[in-house]
Design a protein around this ligand. Structure first.
Ligand code: NAP
Length: 265
């Protein structure tokens, strides 16, 4: 993506930043001149993401860590802060998901998604507070349409992402006085991502693309462009906002698009 913003000298941290949308966001910030640190669990994925980001020539750090472990999250953020100073933009994007009807979902399965998406977001944001630039930092949660559109076979993700957005709103209120902005991006279905492939077959994805008011699935770059905007001074009066970047698909309301195999509206 051609950078529209200059983040030179700024520090960006992306949890779950080693794959898909989050890696695309990390890459956009690297291309815009930022020092970028990404964290996820799998060491191979971390190494591959670091190598991909380093190709652009900026300062890049890849760290292993699980957002379910608050002590490790704290260590990782302290390491980034010690190396590069205050964090200007923090993206919380780690998530897990799968399709299951509520009656087929064990308490363990429900908890697994809540632990990563909701508890993980809380751990990252809470641990980050002392390391954030104050005033000036921008926190960006990566939410999902399940936050406000109930979708069958997604009770775990719906509950977790609704919680993520309430965390965002409360912290926007509590941390506004510190000069920290907190917002959520809500991507629609984004092509080429693991998250979408897990939820929707090729046929279902084609059906979704037809139903999106703008007539196509999202691209990683669509989401990255919003992240750059929210991290920039142009967004300095925006906090507590839930911003769909979804081609208008959320206007179609409560449903599970992955189940509409025929592509009929
Ligand atoms: P993805 O490719 O599956 O990437 C998920 C990332 O999170 C990976 O880097 C993964 O790496 C990391 N991760 C998972 N569990 C973690 C944990 N416990 N601790 C730390 N890192 C962890 O995801 P995606 O499909 O691009 O989605 C990215 C974000 O966008 C998610 O928040 C998702 O809910 C949201 N979203 C996606 C779509 C879509 O169409 N894909 C639509 C709406 C919203 P490791 O396995 O190495 O930990």
């Amino acid at each position: 993506m051609k950078p529209r913003y200059d983040f030179s000298g700024q520090t960006v941290f992306v949890s779950g930043g080693t794959s898909g949308i989050n890696l695309g966001i990390a890459e956009a910030f690297v291309q815009a001149g930022a020092r970028v640190a990404v964290m996820s669990r799998n060491p191979e994925r971390v190494a591959a993401a670091q190598a991909q980001l380093a190709r652009h020539g900026g300062a890049v750090m890849g760290l292993t860590g699980d957002v379910r472990e608050p002590e490790r999250v704290q260590q990782v953020l302290a390491e980034v802060h010690a190396a590069w100073g205050a964090i200007d933009v923090l993206v919380s994007g780690a998530a897990g998901n799968f399709l299951a009807r509520a009656l087929d979902l064990s308490p363990k399965g429900f908890k697994a998604v809540v632990d990563i998406d909701l508890m993980g977001t809380f751990h990252v944001l809470r641990a980050a507070h002392p390391f954030l630039r104050q005033p000036g930092a921008s926190i960006i949660n990566i939410s999902a349409p399940q936050s406000y559109n109930p979708a069958p076979m997604q009770v775990h993700a719906c509950a977790a992402k609704a919680g993520v957005d309430q965390v965002m709103r409360v912290l926007a209120m509590e941390w506004g006085a510190d000069g920290i902005r907190v917002n959520s991006i809500v991507p629609g279905p984004v092509e080429g991502t693991t998250g979408l492939a897990k939820l929707a077959s090729d046929q279902a994805r084609a059906g979704m693309a037809r139903r999106v008011p703008l007539g196509r699935l999202g691209r990683v770059q669509d989401i990255a462009a919003m992240a750059l905007f929210l991290g920039s001074p142009d967004a300095s009066y925006i906090t507590g906002a839930l911003i769909p970047v979804d081609g208008g698909i959320s206007l179609l309301g409560a449903r599970n698009h992955a189940l509409d195999e025929e592509g009929a509206t």
